[in-house]
Design a protein around this ligand. Structure first.
Ligand code: GLN
Length: 187
């Protein structure tokens, strides 16, 4: 498994995948992207990740792998990167369009930049401790998208056959279930 390591919270993803017995490597160049069969795009700053994809010559090879159906998991800024449309994005910020969703950046309001919530997730038997940090909201989804969790009526976890996206940071909770779910999508 690869974890995009241009910017943001990539080390926590590597640690969690390792504790699930998955070999995970940091991806910073096209050669290492070639060597993995699935990818995690971490939280961080999506405007920076978007620019760094270009400067590291990763955008085109990544777009190709995604259109070939490589499984991908995006958290927070990673969700923004995998969307088809970004509201309140920057003009030079281009999403990868792996999942048919429109997201709004920094949508939970300035006064509550960060918070934790016990989230009910489809298929999980008990709530997931979810950490939101300047999180995006999913404003709308296409028919191909399976909604897995909502917070106050807003979609915060969803997926399609090969893509899983979360508004929050499952890599910062001591709970492996969402990573397990993604790993199950790669086999
Ligand atoms: N607000 C950030 C962005 O727009 C995402 C925040 C995060 O990943 N914690 O990219």
């Amino acid at each position: 498994m690869g974890v995009l390591a241009l910017q943001g919270a990539f080390e926590s993803h590597i640690r969690i995948l390792n504790s699930l017995g998955i070999e995970a490597i940091a991806i910073r160049d096209p050669e290492s992207l070639d060597s993995v069969s699935g990818l995690v795009i971490p939280g961080g700053e999506s405007t920076a990740i978007s620019m760094l994809l270009e400067s590291n010559q990763l955008r085109k090879p990544l777009e190709e792998r995604l259109s070939d159906g490589m499984p991908v998991f995006g958290t927070c800024a990673g969700m923004i990167m995998l969307s088809t449309e970004i509201l309140d994005g920057r003009e030079d910020q281009t999403p990868l369009a792996a999942i048919d969703i429109t997201v709004k950046r920094n949508a939970f309001g300035r006064q509550i930049d960060s918070f934790e919530s016990q989230l009910d997730i489809k298929g999980f038997t008990y709530p997931f401790p979810s950490i939101f940090i300047r999180a995006p909201i999913v404003e709308s989804v296409g028919e191909s998208v399976n909604v897995l969790a909502k917070l106050d009526d807003q979609i915060v976890l969803c997926g399609n056959e090969t893509t899983l996206v979360a508004s929050f940071h499952p890599e910062l909770s001591n709970d492996l279930r969402i990573h397990e779910l993604f790993v199950s999508m790669t086999i």
